[in-house]
Design a protein around this ligand. Sequence first.
Ligand code: PMP
Length: 279
Amino acid sequence: MPDIAYVNGRFGPLADAVVSIEDRGFQFGDGVYEVIRTYRGQPFAIEEHLARLERSAQALQLLIGQTRDQWSCLIREGLRLSQFPETKIYLQITRGQAPRDHPFPVSSAPTTVLTFREFHPLDVSVRNAGVQAMSFEDIRWGRCDIKSVNLLANVLARQRAKEAGVFEAILVREGMVTEGSVSNVMVVRNGVVQTAPEGHRILSGVTRAFVLELARKEGIPVTESFVTREELLAASEVFLTGTTVEVLPVVRVDGYAIGSGSPGSVSRLLSRRFEALVG
Ligand code: PMP
């Protein structure tokens, strides 16, 4: 099956999908998106993702033309057409097509795009061994809680990580760890799971919320407050959370071993619990 795209009412092969160069997503990055993945063919946490999409759109005064039920129908239809064992579903809404001018157009219909591509989970050996990361200055704008298609600072950070041969760039603003370029970051210090608080500095990850809940259920104390880069390096464990990375131990940051230098017991436990939750 080819990759599938939906653009403004029509499904077709992704390779044939087009939007206008006057689309405000292309001109200004004036749009929002979500990424949902399937487990055993079923989309995971669809309500949470759609709720965040609505929050992001609302923050930008962007009208969404679809109800949650309509999104769900489109997602199911895309999955039916694509038939991959596991699928990465991408949803994007922009402020639509209009002559290039910064203020919102008086009238424009939003552009709605979904894509359906085969999802290849991280190799089990990578998850078991853990990954390396590097710290990188967080130069993003002041509303990282909005899942906007403006990802240039994330792109630059991830590119630097790739050049350095590490998996993720951990972003640091004014000495404080915010999140990863494509993930949330959690540390374990003195038996406490600590992660940056919700607010304008981070994207409130769907996976983050599930993992914090799992930690609480296990009786592991949780703190939502910032850690410094030094505290990150001195933590007994560091792990990433996200739709595509799930719970992924980080064993080295900036070349320094985290804890024993291999995935710690809390990361492994939460990874197993998350696996059970999605399974
Ligand atoms: N932060 C950023 C910057 C991200 O791009 C992502 C991935 N969407 C996350 C955190 C994790 O969010 P989620 O768990 O909802 O995938």
